[in-house]
Design a protein around this ligand. Structure first.
Ligand code: AMP
Length: 474
């Protein structure tokens, strides 16, 4: 759970990078960073906090150059220590390098051990540094970036969308399974790669297309070059990006996320219709799903909970009593809508069950007669190892409770999760091209003792070269 962006422009890139990171803030709130290059010097600024807390005008004016990249972090691997804040920067054979990564490797420990065995030192505990080391090691041999990234891809197992600055070039690549998103856009004065299309929108740019799984693109001097360096028999796009994680106004792998969520709402009604006075979303994560349920059912959409959008992480909560007050400040029930009404309350997911239990209590306290919970993801039964922050199996409420038991645990009148098949239809991508590990416990690549349905990956480095819009075999 991180957001990445890289820009090559005829003007300075620090402000555009800042705007793009602002648009990607939902992907990570722990820390933020930017690195730029002006032809001579690499500039960087990174620290803990939200984008608006890390940067100000003075800092951005000091980040010079027309090439740069940025990162917002939500730590899934690696400790929460300042060393792990991205982008990582280093100099290699006189070239200034910066690296930003979204995803999670599952073979980091083996790779670290191997490279440490050769005397390599690591300054962080993050998997991203391992990627940088492998690329540098391979580049040392071939002096060819395409070859070095292709060799690196052969070693990496897991999810990775990566943006890399090499002097005044931005290189970006996506793992062969396409687990995390990455897309390319054009502005009036340059090119952008970013985790989600909303970052391109924020710059007034136009979306060109997604980076293909296994593809490496290079932005330099107003041109974009593409190399398909690995291919998989099937992809494994993360279903959770569509259900919860991505912004609803993003287009990922050709699908507008809002519309996927609306279709999920339609299916929730078809699978579990119920007579009620109103359909209400859990703000903000259940809004598009609830709009879909209301459309399909004809039941009126009315907000029963209002979220305070100004409550940041800095809210001071010294003790348990204040924590309870904090929940009430964050989400306030609209009593006039809820009193004596039956309610269909829609959220994107139940993970530990704590949020749903609390919300059912709040709306019941406000006078709701019946609370029918409808959930936009199937029951989450297994952890995610590929970049979404999920608790262990023991903490997942649905890992050992069935639907009725979860329903009574959260205190709802009824509960329905969308079925896996309906979710797949709503996304519109074939089942074998999706990762449903958190729902089924079966992952697209080998992870410890977990069950696996592997995709075959072939590395085809340099066999393909393609233009941006077209894609033809050489
Ligand atoms: P829980 O209380 O653990 O059941 O959390 C479920 C709520 O957290 C839902 O309202 C989701 O919108 C949200 N959520 C789902 N997945 C995540 C995640 N990986 N990180 C943070 N919040 C999440």
């Amino acid at each position: 759970m991180c957001g990445i962006v890289g820009i090559v422009d005829s003007g300075d890139v620090s402000f555009p990078l800042y705007y793009a990171l602002y648009a990607l803030q939902h992907r990570g709130q722990e820390s933020a960073g930017i690195a730029t290059f002006d032809g001579l010097t690499l500039y960087k600024e990174k620290s803990q906090g939200l984008v608006a807390e890390v940067f100000n005008k003075k800092i951005l004016c000091g980040l010079l150059g027309g090439t740069g990249l940025g990162h917002v972090r939500y730590p899934t691997t690696g400790e929460k220590i300042p060393e792990n804040i991205q982008p990582f920067t280093f100099t290699f054979r006189g070239r200034k390098v910066a690296l930003a990564h979204n995803g999670n490797l599952v073979n980091t420990n083996n790779l670290r051990e191997e490279y440490e065995g050769r005397g390599q030192i690591f300054c962080t505990t993050s998997d991203t540094e391992v990627i940088g080391n492998i690329i540098a090691d391979e580049y040392r041999v071939s002096e060819d970036v395409v070859e070095a990234v292709a060799m690196c891809m052969r070693r990496l197992q897991g999810s990775y969308s990566v943006v890399m600055m090499l002097d005044n070039e931005i290189w970006a690549f996506r793992d062969p399974l396409g687990i995390r998103p990455l897309c390319i856009g054009r502005t009036d004065t340059g090119h952008v790669v970013a985790s989600e299309s909303v970052a391109i929108d924020a710059l007034g740019g136009s979306f060109i297309r997604d980076v293909r799984p296994g593809e490496l693109v290079c932005l330099k001097g107003g041109e974009v070059e593409s190399h398909q360096i690995a291919e998989a028999s099937h992809h494994a796009h993360c279903i959770f990006e569509y259900v919860y994680f991505a912004r609803p106004d993003s287009v990922i792998d050709g699908r507008l996320v809002y519309d996927v969520r609306r279709r999920i709402g339609h299916s929730l009604f078809e699978e579990a219709p119920v007579e009620a006075d109103l359909v209400s979303p859990v703000p903000d994560s259940g809004m598009a799903h609830a709009a879909g349920y209301a459309e399909a059912s004809g039941i009126r959409y009315r907000e029963g909970l209002i979220k305070n959008r100004y409550m940041g992480r800095t809210f001071i909560m010294p003790n348990q009593k204040d924590r309870e007050i904090a929940v009430r400040i964050k989400l306030n029930p609209v009593r006039g809508h809820l009193k004596d009404r039956s309610l269909i309350l829609i959220d994107d997911s139940i993970v530990r069950g704590t949020t749903s239990r609390r919300l059912v209590n709040i709306v019941r306290d406000a006078g709701a007669r019946e609370v029918h919970m409808r959930i936009g993801s199937p029951a989450i039964k297994a952890p995610c190892y590929l970049g979404v922050d999920m608790p262990t199996r023991a903490e997942l409420i649905a890992s050992d409770l069935d639907n009725d038991e979860v329903c009574s645990s959260i205190g709802a009148t009824s509960l329905h999760h969308i079925s896996i098949s309906a979710l797949i239809r709503a996304i519109g991508i074939p089942k074998e091209d999706l990762c449903t590990g958190c729902l089924t416990g079966e992952y697209p690549l080998a992870i410890g003792e977990e069950r696996c349905c592997p995709r075959n990956v072939t590395c085809v480095a340099k066999h393909y070269q393609a233009g941006l819009e077209s894609f033809s075999k050489e």
